[in-house]
Each structure stands twice: as C-alpha cells, then as structure tokens.
Design a protein around this ligand. Structure first.
Ligand code: ZN
Ligand code: ZN
Length: 340
C-alpha cells in the first residue's frame, strides 16, 4: 500500500516564510509585498518584521494568505540591534492563530526599528523580558513563544556567525533555514549541514528556504511549497507543522510516496535525485533529464528497526533534487518510525 510522504490530495501553495516591510526595516508596505509576491506566483507570505508582530489578516483573500509572525533577534552586544561583528540568534515565530499578535517575550527598550514603535500595544507592555545572549536564554524564549502558539524557525546560521556549538543545543525548533536569499546576496550562503546536524540528534526540524527580502533585492529566491486542502490559515499552519512541505530554490517535487519499501519521487527536470540518511547509506539517480526516481530502502528500514547499534528513533532519510543549473530542492526528513 502506498504511504504518501507528501499528501496525495490537496494543492501546493508557494510560500515565502521570511519577509520584512516598512513596519521594521523593509522598504515596501505590507500591501506592496502582497502584490509583488502574488505576481510571482506566491500564495503565502509570512510577515516577519524585526521584533514586531502585526495581524495582517486584512490582506487575506482567496488568493493570498498572510502569516502573522515576527523575527526575534538576540545579540551578544546586549541589545537587539545587529550589524555588529558579534554572533546573533534570529528566530522567526509563526502564529498558529492569525489573530495571536502578541509578543510573549517583549521589552520595549529593545524595539530598535523606528517605525515599529507605533505598533506596540498595551498588551505587549505588560511584559519586560530580560534578554541575555546565551543558548539558555534563546531556549527559554523559544519555549515560551512556542507555548504561546507559535512555530519557531532558526534563521541564517552563517550570517549569524554561528557554528555547531551555537545551534546544537537549541530545543523546540520547527524549522531551520538552509537557504536565505538575502544572506546569499550579501555573501553569507548557508548550507543544509545544520539541518542534518540537528536531525542526527533526533531534533525533527524542517529544512526551510526563504528570501528574507527587505526590498525587491533578494526577493523570490527561496521558498517552501506547502501541500494542503485549501488556502486557509489554520489548514496551512497545520500542514506546515506536520511537515507537508518541501523547500526549493528551483526544482519542483510533484509526488512522493513509499510503497513496499520503495520510495518513489516525481520531479521537474533534474540532473540528480539523491536519497541520503543519517548514516553511511545513500542512493542516487543521475541523468540528462530525469523526472523520477525509485529508491529501494527495505534493507535500510530493516537495519534501522532490528540492529541493536542503530537507534531507530534517530534514523531518517531525505531527498535532494538538483537541476541542470545547480538549483536544489529538499524534502523534509522522514524518520523510520513514521514509516508503516
Ligand atoms: Zn535575520
Ligand atoms: Zn529577516
């Protein structure tokens, strides 16, 4: 029997999960952002202004879904400003309820973008969070904000001047950016490595591509395709949370399922489709114009389940599609204990 790894039914919706506007340091209004992304085939934009959350549901219509969200910064300088030569944590938080425009960890003194101040509410002022740059503090923030009904994504590790010790201890993440178009434009390209590092520890994070654009420069460079029954807020957020998605800077993935231990994927024209795992097991199909691949992972599944020196709960596979121009798409990781 087929087990669909990307849902069989529903539609793919193109989403940019990282975007700034005039509410923080972007140059476009939320309305201008909507028009620009609609024109490029996007259905979903997460408005992740720095340190400030705004309910944008007035922009919602049958073709467009704004996600209520924000990007929190935690800097080693002691304030939330960045642009300094110090490491920083940037976490995007996406509200599961579109009207949940609260900031559970808020401190008015840390609102640095001048335009943001006008959006501070009395509700936000009720808290005064004590920000300190440390793994313990960022984990505390992630814990409190996710408990308030948000998904958390760890952004652009390279631009943040982070390496393994900075992210290995992070808890409660839903996603990790492996592609951030603004960082690429600036000369700080990320890789998939932090995603794999966290997955290998059993932290089930989704690989995210986004553009993080502040103007039209760097816009539309990376995206997530989320598969869901309809373009409706809670339906989309549920699909994101479940991981009914892939992320891409080029290739499309049209279908993905497993049947009798054989993973089947259908894609746009590619030069390589590769299945990788947490250990030294990988399979690859290459060709001039391949649009599908079949990977027999029966042996891998059996070993994961039966061998004593392998922890099944940390065994996963994921697929990377590369097109002729070198652009890639990543599925999320599928853990062996999810496979029937
Ligand atoms: Zn950032
Ligand atoms: Zn950003």
């Amino acid at each position: 029997m087929k087990q669909y790894l990307l849902p069989e039914s529903g539609n793919f919706y193109k989403a940019n999960l990282h975007r700034h506007t005039v509410i923080s340091d972007g140059s476009l209004t939320p309305e201008e952002v909507k028009e620009a992304y609609l024109e490029k085939g996007f259905s979903i934009v997460a408005y992740t202004d720095h340190e400030m959350i705004v309910d944008h549901s007035d922009l919602e219509d049958e073709n467009f879904l704004p996600i209520t969200s924000y990007e929190l910064s935690l800097n080693a300088t002691g304030d939330l400003r960045f642009g300094n030569n110090v490491p920083t944590y940037h976490i995007n938080f996406y509200a599961k309820d579109k009207h949940n425009a609260v900031l559970p960890c808020f401190n008015e003194d840390y609102i640095w973008a001048p335009n943001s101040k006008a959006y501070i509410t009395d509700e936000m002022r009720k808290t005064k969070y004590d920000f300190k740059y440390s793994v313990e503090c960022i984990n505390d923030i992630i814990k409190k904000v996710t408990a308030a009904g948000f998904l958390a994504c760890y952004n652009h590790p390279v631009w943040s001047m982070h390496s393994y010790p900075d992210y290995a201890a992070l808890e409660g993440l839903w996603g990790v950016e492996w592609y951030n178009s603004a960082s690429v434009c600036g000369g700080y390209p990320d890789t998939i490595q932090p995603v794999d590092d966290l997955l290998k520890m059993g932290k089930r994070v989704c690989p995210i591509a986004a553009d993080d654009a502040h103007s039209l420069r760097a816009a539309f460079g990376g995206w997530v395709m989320v598969k869901a029954d309809k373009l409706e807020y809670s339906t989309i957020m549920d699909a994101l949370e479940r991981g009914d998605l892939y992320s891409s800077i080029g290739p499309q993935i049209n279908e993905l399922y497993i049947e009798d231990g054989i993973v089947h994927i259908e894609t746009s024209e590619a030069r390589e489709i590769m299945l990788t795992t947490e250990r030294r097991v990988a399979m690859v199909e290459r060709g001039d114009n391949i649009t599908s691949a079949n990977f027999d992972i029966n042996k891998y599944l059996n070993e994961s389940r039966e061998k004593e020196d392998i922890d099944e709960s940390r065994s996963y596979f994921r697929i990377t599609v590369t097109d002729h121009e070198g652009y890639v798409a990543h599925t999320r990781a599928y853990f062996v204990d999810e496979i029937k």
